[in-house]
Structures are given as C-alpha cells and as structure tokens.
Design a protein around this ligand. Structure first.
Ligand code: EPU
Length: 327
C-alpha cells in the first residue's frame, strides 16, 4: 500500500506541471491532453505519444501556447492531418499543436476566392470549390491533408501544387504576431515552403476560375480514378521520397525490383514504389530502416540521392519517458 506522505513527496511530472500551467493561460475551449498517442493522428499509424497535445480554440490561445513554449524552452510541432508525417516510436517530447478546432477550419467563398482556415480538409476545399463552380482546385481532392499542411509542404498531385492556387497566406510567427504574405514574399519550392519552417500558417486565400460544375466534377473523378489505380489504400505517409530532378522516385525503386521489400511490418507497396505501407504491425523503426535500405540501393545502383519527403519527428523508443524517468 502506498502511504499518503509517499504520494505527496513524489515530484509532479514535468508535463503535468506544464499542461496544468498551460491550461491556466488559455481559454477553456482550448483542448489540452497529456501523453496523447500520435500514431492514430497520422495516416502511417506508427509512433509514440506527445507529452502534451493542444488544439487551440483561437489565434489568441495559439499565441499563448507559443509564448509558453518559448518561456519554458519546450519543443513544439504543428500537426496537420498527419498525412506526411512519421513519428518515431518514443514519441514527441514537448507540445504538439493541432489547428483542428472549428475556429481554424472554416471555408468561406468570396467570389472566385476561398478563404480557408489552416485546419480545413483539402477534400472539403475541393468539394466546396466544385459546388461553387470554381476550377483549378480539383487536384486537392485526393490529398489526405489540411490546408496548413499543404501550405507547409507545397503539397501537390496531378501536376498541380498548392502554391499554384494561393493568393495570400495568413501566418503567425513564433512570438505570436499575425500577418499576411503573398506567395512572392515567401520561400517556395517543390514540396517545401521554407517560410513555414519558422511561421505557422493560420489560413490562406485560394483562387480558382469559373467553370461548369460538370467539367470540374469530371476532372475530380478522373484524378480519383488515376490515384486509386496507382497508389495503395493501406496506411502510408504518401510518397516517402521527393522526386529527384528528372526522375520519379517510385519508378526508380520499381526498376530496381524493390517493391515488396519488407522490414517488420513496413513494406514497399506493390502498387507504387514510393509508398511504404504499414501492414498493421509496423513500428516507426521498421519504416525508417526500410527507407534507409531504399536510399542505399538507389544510391549504390543508380548513383541518385533520394531525399525524404515525409517529415520525421520524435525520439527513438530507447529514450522513452519510462527509461528516462523510471518513477
Ligand atoms: N512509376 C512506375 N513504378 C512505380 C511508380 C511510378 O513505373 O512504382 C511510373 C509511373 O508509371 C509514371 C511515373 O513513374 O510513369 C510517375 O509516377 P506517378 O504518376 O505516380 O507520379 P510520382 O512522380 O511518382 C507524384 C507525387 C505524388 C502524386 C502523384 C500523382 C511526388 C514525390 N509524388 O508521384 O504525390 O500523388 O505525382 O500526381 O512528387 C506525395 O507527394 O506524397 C504524393 C503521393
């Protein structure tokens, strides 16, 4: 039996202390959880928990979270819909911020423009655009992400990329200041917006062009069919690697006969060589080892360096909290 004095003498875990303090600094509408499993918040479905997970209910609360993290020297990470993310098995030490609250998920039509919150789902953006006869955003239909994640990654599909349709972005710097930038003022490249490495996207104005709804629908259906025919349905983080200039990473991996290569529960998809799928038993370590094998084989046999497209966060399981903090 544990005596009461023993309990009272136990130090409060740092993250409980931090979570309680953070809760006192934000509105009651902001959700805060400790030890939140992240695997279920990624499409790859691997990885450990976040010490603290926050869904701010307003820009004011988001700014308070950022200032709190800076004051306490806590790492933070902004999570979208987890579709391009690998969380290591030991989880994330610090605060994971997710703009999933309704306050960040709106989609408002203003003529040929759409005012979208960072938390809005890309599929919903594409469907709303179609409903209002706005073309040019069809390619967003099959990307399983949020507007914020798509901006950060300059995500793309079917020859379209997010920043092709962005008119302006509303951002917050890590000190909590809010401002707007047009794409010309931002550092944008293939599958990356470097400006959003040290700013958080709050939302964006996207621009389309008028077209018949039937034509838009037809294109969306074509894209969807193309994707289902070429990409796996099993859990994955999308393309594992960026396409090297002039090459398709998927085709390179395929040509080297590496489809089906397996480490534990992580397998190179039979449908597309650039997808690593989770058979339901994979760990982050399996996926990382498999990525390393693919990189080495492509380098050794084709002399081409593959660069990871998937964002990787967190710690290996050998440094999980239990081991660092046996109490
Ligand atoms: N190919 C093969 N074998 C494979 C995979 C592809 O021969 O296993 C060939 C295809 O037949 C095609 C060429 O390689 O001739 C290119 O393949 P695909 O059209 O699938 O395009 P990708 O370059 O592999 C890119 C994006 C995808 C996006 C598709 C469709 C990157 C890294 N990937 O893939 O985006 O869905 O185009 O537009 O830019 C993602 O970024 O996560 C992603 C899935």
């Amino acid at each position: 039996m544990i005596s009461l004095p023993t309990i009272l003498e136990e130090p409060m875990p740092a993250e409980k202390n931090n979570a309680d303090k953070l809760a006192s600094l934000v509105s009651g509408a902001t959700g805060i959880r400790r030890d939140e499993p992240l695997a279920k918040r990624t499409t790859l479905r691997v990885g450990g928990p976040a010490d603290i997970y926050v869904e701010p209910a307003s820009e004011v609360d988001l700014a308070a979270v950022l200032i709190f993290c800076a004051g306490r020297g806590l790492n933070f990470f902004v999570l979208g819909r987890g579709s391009n993310l690998l969380v290591r098995d030991g989880g994330f030490r610090g605060v994971v911020i997710c703009l999933a609250h309704a306050a960040f998920s709106g989609i408002e039509m203003v003529g040929e423009r759409m005012n979208c919150g960072a938390g809005a789902k890309l599929k919903n953006v594409a469907v709303e655009a179609k409903r209002h006869g706005l073309a040019g955003l069809e390619f967003l239909e099959g990307i399983p992400g949020s507007v914020g994640g798509a901006l950060r990654m300059n995500a793309g599909a079917m020859s379209g990329a997010t920043f092709d349709v962005v008119e302006s972005v509303r951002l917050m710097d890590f000190a909590g200041h809010v401002f707007e930038l047009t794409p010309e003022k931002m550092a944008i490249e293939y599958r990356c917006c470097a400006t959003l490495k040290n700013h958080i996207a709050l939302g964006a104005v996207l621009k389309g062009r008028p077209d018949a709804r039937e034509a838009i629908e037809q294109r969306m259906n074509d894209y969807s069919q193309k994707r289902w025919a070429a990409q796996p349905a099993k859990p994955s983080a999308g393309c594992a690697f960026k396409n090297p200039a002039g090459h398709s990473a998927g085709r390179l991996i395929d040509e080297l006969g590496l489809k089906g290569t397996r480490v534990g529960g992580a397998v190179v998809s039979a449908e597309h060589g650039n997808f690593i799928v989770n058979d339901g038993t994979a760990t982050a370590r399996d996926v990382l080892q498999l990525m390393e094998i693919l990189k080495q084989r492509v380098k050794a046999e084709r002399g081409i360096e593959l660069h990871t497209e998937v964002e990787i966060i967190g710690e290996d399981s050998c440094t999980t909290k239990k081991q660092r903090n046996p109490d």
